[in-house]
Design a binder for this molecule. Structure first.
Ligand SMILES: Nc1ncnc2c1ncn2[C@@H]1O[C@H](COP(=O)(O)OP(=O)(O)OP(=O)(O)O)[C@@H](O)[C@H]1O
Ligand SMILES: [Mg+2]
Length: 372
C-alpha cells in the first residue's frame, strides 16, 4: 500500500511562493500526471516528495507514514530525471547495480534484479556499454532500469522524455505506461506536455502558478474543465473562446457576430444576469462544417476561411465569424479555400461556458448518459 498524500503543501523560496497549499491524493498503484506550463512548480513539488527539497509547510505521506522528516534514501521512492543522470564512467550494468550496492544488497540478489530489469526494458545487449555509446532512448531506458531495480513503493518521473525526439517520445510514452501497468507501482509523472498527460495518466492534476486547478481522469478534465486556464491548456488545437453577454432575460448569449440560446442547464445560473460577461468555449471538434454530421442540437453560423492547414487525415481551418476567431476541423476532401464562406454548426450540448470575471466554469452539466 503506497498512496502518496499531499496536504496543504507549501513551498517558498525566500519571499517567493512557488507552491500554494497543494492538496493531492495519489492512490495506491495509480499513475498520476502533474501537468502545467513551465515554471508552475511541478519539479519543485516532485522534489519535495522525493525529499530533495525542503518543504515550507504542510505534510507529505507515503504509504501510512508522514515523511516530512524522513531523508530521501529512506522514503522508498525512485526518481527518473529528464537528464538521465547516469554515471558516465560506469557501464550500463554498473549504473544499474550502483544503487543496490550502496544499499548493501547481496550480490546474487543484485544479479537477479539487474537481469530482470534489463529483460523488462530490452537492454540485455547493452549491459557492457558506457552511456556515451547509447542513443538518447537507450539512455533513458537505463535510467528507468535504475529506478526499477530498486523496487520502490513510488516512482517519480520529472519530464523523462523531454530530451528525446518526437517519434521516440511517443514510443517511450507507451513503454512507460506499459511498464507502470506491469509493475503496479504508484507513480507521479511530471510534464508540461498536455498530450503526454492525457495519454499516460490514470488521472491528471493541472497546476498553474503553484496552485492546483483541477484533478480528474483525462476525459473528465477534457470534457469539464473547471476554469478557463484548464480549458485553454488541455486539448489541441486548443478550445476556441468567444466573448458574449447575457441578454433576453437570461435566455440568450450575444457574441460579437452571433447569438446563442442559453442551454437549459445554464438557465438557473444566468437568470437575471443580463449584461454579465460569459466566455463561450468551443472545442474545434464541436464546430462542425456544414456537410459533416453534427451531434445533437446545433446553432449554425457563417465563417470566412483565413488559413487551412492540411494534416492528411483532416484540415485544421482558422476562420472568422465577424470579430470572433474560430478554429475547427474539416474533411480533407472538402474545399476550404481561403476567403471562402463556410457554414459551421456549433454543437450546443458540447459547448462550455465560463464566467468572464471569475474564470470558473458555469452551470452543472447533466450527469453523463442523462438527457439534457
Ligand atoms: N532554488 C530556487 N530558488 C528560487 N526560486 C526557485 C528555485 N527553484 C525553482 N524556483 C522557482 O520556482 C518556480 C517553479 O520552478 P519549477 O522548477 O518547480 O517549475 P516547473 O514547473 O518544473 O517548470 P519546467 O516545466 O520549466 O521544468 C519557478 O518560478 C522557479 O524560478
Ligand atoms: Mg521542471
Amino acid at each position: 500500500m503506497a498512496a502518496v498524500v499531499l496536504r496543504e503543501l507549501t513551498k517558498r523560496f525566500g519571499k517567493t511562493s512557488v507552491i500554494e497549499g497543494l492538496d493531492l491524493e495519489v492512490r495506491d498503484k495509480e499513475f498520476m500526471v502533474l501537468v502545467g506550463p513551465s515554471g508552475c512548480g511541478k519539479s519543485t513539488a516532485l522534489r519535495m516528495v522525493a525529499g530533495l527539497e525542503e518543504i515550507t509547510g504542510g505534510t507529505i505521506s507515503i504509504g501510512d507514514r508522514v515523511v516530512n522528516e524522513v531523508p530521501p534514501k529512506d522514503r522508498d521512492v525512485a526518481m527518473v530525471f529528464q537528464s538521465y543522470a547516469l554515471y558516465p564512467h560506469m557501464t550500463v550494468r554498473e549504473n544499474l547495480e550502483f544503487g543496490l550496492k550502496i544499499r548493501k544488497t547481496p550480490p546474487a540478489e543484485i544479479d537477479r534484479l539487474v537481469t530482470e530489469a534489463a529483460q523488462i526494458l530490452g537492454i540485455q545487449e547493452l549491459l557492457l556499454r558506457k552511456p556515451k555509446e547509447l542513443s538518447g532512448g537507450q539512455r533513458q531506458r537505463v535510467a528507468l532500469g535504475r529506478a526499477i531495480v530498486r523496487k520502490p513503493s513510488v516512482f517519480l518521473f520529472d519530464e523523462p522524455l523531454s530530451n528525446l525526439d518526437a517519434k521516440l517520445r511517443v514510443q517511450m510514452r507507451a513503454e512507460i505506461k506499459k511498464l507502470q501497468a506491469r509493475l503496479q507501482v504508484t507513480s507521479i509523472y511530471v510534464t508540461h506536455d498536455q498530450v503526454e498527460a492525457m495519454t499516460m495518466g490514470h488521472r491528471i492534476a493541472v497546476l498553474h502558478a503553484g496552485t492546483l486547478q483541477q484533478v480528474g481522469t483525462p476525459l473528465e478534465v477534457y470534457e469539464r474543465p473547471a476554469n478557463l486556464f484548464v480549458a485553454a491548456f488541455i486539448g489541441t488545437p486548443p478550445m476556441n473562446f468567444v466573448e458574449a453577454r447575457v441578454a433576453g432575460a437570461g435566455e440568450t448569449l450575444q457574441a460579437g457576430s452571433f447569438a446563442l440560446p442559453v442551454p437549459a442547464r445554464l438557465r438557473a445560473a444566468l437568470r437575471g444576469r443580463d449584461g454579465a460577461r460569459v466566455v463561450v468555449g468551443i472545442r474545434p471538434e464541436n464546430a462542425v462544417p456544414a456537410g459533416r454530421a453534427p451531434r445533437g442540437p446545433c446553432h449554425r453560423i457563417d465563417t470566412t476561411v483565413e488559413i487551412a492547414e492540411p494534416l492528411g487525415d483532416e484540415v485544421v481551418v482558422h476562420a472568422r465569424a465577424g470579430e470572433d476567431a474560430l478554429v475547427f476541423k474539416q474533411d480533407p476532401h472538402r474545399p476550404a479555400a481561403i476567403g471562402s464562406t463556410l457554414a459551421v454548426d456549433l454543437e450546443l450540448d458540447a459547448l462550455h461556458f465560463f464566467d468572464a470575471e471569475t474564470q470558473r466554469r458555469l452551470g452543472e452539466d447533466p450527469p453523463s448518459g442523462a438527457s439534457p
